[in-house]
Every structure is written in C-alpha cells, then in structure tokens.
Design a protein around this ligand. Structure first.
Ligand code: TXA
Ligand code: MG
Length: 511
C-alpha cells in the first residue's frame, strides 16, 4: 500500500483524510501530545487494522477521540467526576476512562466494559474529527513498543506502506501521551501520567477525590488496570541508561562512563561536557522541554546508531513525572540512583518570605542561608573581597567592602551588577558546596535568592519557590531594609519573576 503524505495546511488534504477515515481507512493525525493512528471507532474492521499496523497486542484497548464535549455521552457513561474533569481540561491532554456504551465495538476496548475518551486540543485533530464527524479510535502512531511519534516523519519511519495516509501537522507541542485517568471508582486514579498533573486534577476535584497511590506500572504477572502498563514501551533500539541525582551528579556520573559510540540526552547546561553525540534535553528545570524532546531524541539517537543512551533524569515533579515515567519504562531497569544527599534549594523574590519558609521547613535539618553567608564572606580578607575591591573601589571603607556601598554603586550604575554577580556567585557556590560536602546531614536546605542565576540549582535535588504578591514583597522590603518605594521596585525589577518560579520550580509555596 502507498501511504499518502497529506499536508494539514491544505484544506483539501484534511477533507481527503476525513474521507479515508469515513471509508474505513487508517490515517495518522497530529495531536498536541503525540501523533495518533486513527480509524473510525464505530467500524470494527478499521479498528482491527490499527492493531495489525502497529503490531499491538489485542488486549490493549484504544482510546477514542471526540470533537465536542456533547459527544462524550454518546460513547461513554459520563459520571459526575468525569464531567468535572472534562469541563476543566478538555480540549486537552487528558483521557478519561468511563463505562462504555454499546455503540463502541468491543475490539476498541479490548473486551473491557470501559472506554477511554479524549478531546484533543490540536486544531488539526479537531478539524479532522469534526469534518469526518465520527469518533476516532487512535493509539499513538508508532510500532508497538517503540517511542511515540511526535513528527510526521517519525510516523513514516514506522508506518510507511502499512496505512493509508499521514496528515502532517508539524511538531507535537507536548511530546508525551495524555494523562489517563480512571474515573470508575468515584475517585480519580491516574493510570498514566501526562501533562495534566495529579496536582492539577486535585485542584479541580479536591484532594479527597484523588487516589494518590494509583500505580502506573505493574509487575510481570500482575493483572494491570490499564492493559498498556504491562508492555515494554517507548524503547529505542539503543539501551537506555537512566541516571538519577542532581543535574551535576548525573553529569559527572555519565562523564566517567560514556564512550564514543554512546549518546547523551543532556541538560542544556552541560552540553559542552561531552565529546560523544549529545542531544539537548532543555534546561535542567524546563519540564515542558523535557517532554517535548524525549521521544524525538530517542529516534534521532537510533538514526545515529548509538549503542547506549545515557539520560540525565529530570527531578520527578509536576510534568516531569510523565517524562520520568516514560524514561523508566524505556530503560527497563537500567536506572541508577546516584543521589548522595537531598539538597533542597529555596528561591523567591526579595520580601517573599523565603527565609521564614526556609527556617520552618528545615527545622530538623541543616539550613544554609546564602545571603547571610555572603555578608560573612564580605567581612573576610579573601579572594572574593580582593576581586570586588578591584572592580568597585567605591565600596571600600576602612579597607573592607561595605555591602550598602556595593548596593549603592550598583544602584548608580546597574551595569556593574553583572560583574559583581560573576565574582560573588562563583565564590558563594564554592563555599556552599564545601559546607554541603562536609556536613553529616542527609537533608540540606539552601535559602538562595539567586539560586538559578548562580548555577546552584544544578546541585539541588528539589527546587521550592516561595511566591508572594508584588505589593507584599515591596511592603516587606521597605520595612525590613528601610528603603524607598522606588528602590524597592527597582530591586524587584532586577530579579526573576514569580511566573518563572511557578513554571520552573518543583513545588510552590504561596506566602
Ligand atoms: O495522547 C494520547 O493519549 C495519544 C494520542 C494519539 O491521543 N494516544 C495514546 O494512545 O497514547 P495509546 O493507545 O498509545 O495509549 C492509551 C493508553 C494505553 O495504555 C491503554 O492501555 C489505556 O490507555 N487504556 C485505553 N482504554 C482503557 C480502558 N478502558 N481502561 C484502562 N486503560 C485503558
Ligand atoms: Mg502508545
């Protein structure tokens, strides 16, 4: 069979794709998560062909894709919990398992009396579903067991000659498959993590309606809740080695073992550390980038014929839970936890109450306050103060650097800040690491206003952001430091935003 490559930007091509689906054919379509391999969900024969093309085990059910919320009730029994989640997250990367209506052939649900339904948000998927005006059964459009496709060319690698058409809609934005939530028990149980996180679900349903302990993988002989859990998944040809620890630890570990014919899926901060083939996994804290890059990186490494892929494992929070879930499955047990200590970085804007939060969180552990450490170091005659005196002589009084004079100098010529930071960050990070290494404590909290700018985040196993409104921050710093409104505002303007912390920290404390 010749597989047509259709272009979603051409109106007629979407019409062609819709007609193929209506006629019982198979079309791969873009969604916001990954490409799906679609067929008319009401056509038993067409659905059978999906299993054949993918080489998918018959006992692994498919999910169906709908174009309107009103259609949910046609194919599934919409319980109140499912309705609440659908209203909150559709269209979007969430699949809801509900009781199946008889119109859906049992081949779709692999004989189960439940069915997975999702309304994708990708405009091309929506347009195709609504043009064809049928529910579309679609698993990910890869050969069973291989990494899911996030580009039309990935689909072609696996499906050329096996399906009628691929509708090219560009790169999938999210990059990992939807969150699968079982709603049958009256509580939400996550069977597969995705971009809709458990915390997002809990904020809609309330904590008492969420099963936090739901398992997303099963042992070999166990009967799985989602049949897909038991199969080898997402795996490239190369052997995946997953290295878990702080970003710096995983980099050091990989550097000591990697060979020339290996590949490294590596955080942006470390791209220059390796001489073998590397692929940029995005910044160590950029959860969206990790999901977006993962599967296409696996395919790129396979095309380069690397033997092993070493992966710097992201910290397992928020959307990274989904990425790490896929990584664990694709690495089939080659998971190395090399974390030596729990190092928790606490960050936030001036006046956010970060120090207060740090003190209460670290009650039974060690706390390093980077700002206090800096003040102490300024009083000493050391390399840092020598460099600062050369850079900024106006900050010297009685042969010592005065912190207020240093801030005044920066206030007068803001360009100085960059050079001062370059010097101070380097020495403070070194000193903090020395303290961490010599400490006997297992858990160490670091209260550091410039955690990201200084690179300290690379040594942390968890990042907590403390967020407070602009007006409370301003009020607190004016009161605490006795400065004017203008200076308080100017200081905050030089710092990272609350939105940055909300997007990139692992946990947020609103204060
Ligand atoms: O993002 C996605 O969900 C993509 C795009 C194409 O929509 N689709 C996708 O489908 O990932 P698939 O078939 O690769 O994964 C669906 C998962 C499987 O793990 C399957 O076992 C589970 O959902 N599933 C489907 N129906 C189920 C049911 N009735 N009960 C429990 N699990 C179910
Ligand atoms: Mg799949």
């Amino acid at each position: 069979m010749d597989t047509l490559l259709l272009n979603s930007k051409i109106k007629d091509d979407i019409k062609t794709a819709a007609e193929i689906l209506q006629g019982g054919g198979l079309v791969a379509l873009p969604t916001e998560t990954v490409y799906g391999l679609g067929a008319n969900a009401l056509d038993e024969n067409a659905v059978q062909n999906i299993f054949k093309a993918k080489g998918r085990p018959q006992d692994n059910p498919l999910i169906i894709h709908i174009g309107r919320l009103e259609d949910f009730g046609k194919y599934g029994v919409v319980n109140p919990l499912a309705l609440k989640l659908a209203e909150a997250f559709w269209p979007g990367p969430l699949t809801l398992i509900v009781e199946k209506k008889p119109v859906i052939p049992s081949v779709v649900s692999a004989g189960l009396n439940s069915v997975g339904v999702r309304m994708p948000s990708h405009p091309v998927a929506m347009e195709l579903i609504n043009t064809a005006d049928i529910p579309i059964a679609a698993p990910s459009a890869n050969t069973s067991g291989k990494p899911s496709p996030t580009r039309a060319c990935h689909v072609m690698e696996d499906m050329d000659g096996k399906i009628d058409a691929v509708l090219d809609g560009g790169d999938c934005q999210i990059g990992v498959e939807s969150t699968v939530v079982d709603t049958l028990s009256g509580k939400a149980a996550i069977l597969r993590p995705g971009a809709v996180t458990i915390d997002m679900i809990s904020s809609v349903l309330g904590e008492d309606k969420v099963l936090r302990t739901a398992k997303t993988s099963v042992l070999k002989n166990e009967a799985p809740k989602a049949p897909g859990m038991k199969y080898r998944h997402y795996a490239p040809k190369a052997i995946v080695h997953l290295i878990c620890g702080s970003p710096n630890e995983s980099c050091e570990y990989i550097k000591s073992r990697v060979q020339n014919d290996d590949g490294v899926l590596c955080f942006s901060e470390f791209l220059n550390e390796f001489t073998c083939k590397t692929i940029d996994f995005g910044k160590s804290y950029d959860k969206k980038a990790h999901a977006h890059v993962l599967f296409s990186a696996f395919r790129d490494f396979d095309n380069e014929c690397v033997k092993r892929i070493f992966v710097q494992c992201p910290r397992e929070y928020g959307e990274d839970i989904a990425t790490v879930n896929r990584l664990k499955k694709s690495s089939e047990g080659n998971v190395y936890s090399i974390k030596s200590k729990d190092i928790i970085g606490i960050v936030g804007r001036s006046g956010s109450g970060k120090t207060h939060v740090s003190r209460s969180l670290s009650k039974n552990s060690m706390l390093i306050n980077a700002d206090e450490l800096y003040s102490q170091m300024l009083t000493q005659d050391c390399d840092m103060t020598k460099e600062l005196s050369l850079l900024c002589p106006s900050a010297l009084k009685d042969g010592k650097i005065q912190r207020q004079l240093l801030s005044l100098a920066v206030f007068k010529s803001p360009l100085l800040l960059k050079d001062i930071n370059r010097i101070t960050h380097h020495y403070i990070v070194d000193e903090i690491l020395r303290k961490v290494q010599t400490s006997k404590q297992q858990t160490i909290y670091i209260d550091a206003p410039t955690l990201f700018e200084s690179g300290l985040h690379l040594y942390c196993t968890k990042l907590i952001g403390v967020v407070s409104s602009e007006s409370s921050c301003i009020e607190r710093i004016m009161l605490r430091d006795g400065i004017t409104l203008e200076r308080a505002k100017k200081r905050l303007a030089q710092q990272l935003s609350n939105d940055f912390f909300i997007e990139f920290c692992d946990e947020i404390i609103y204060n």
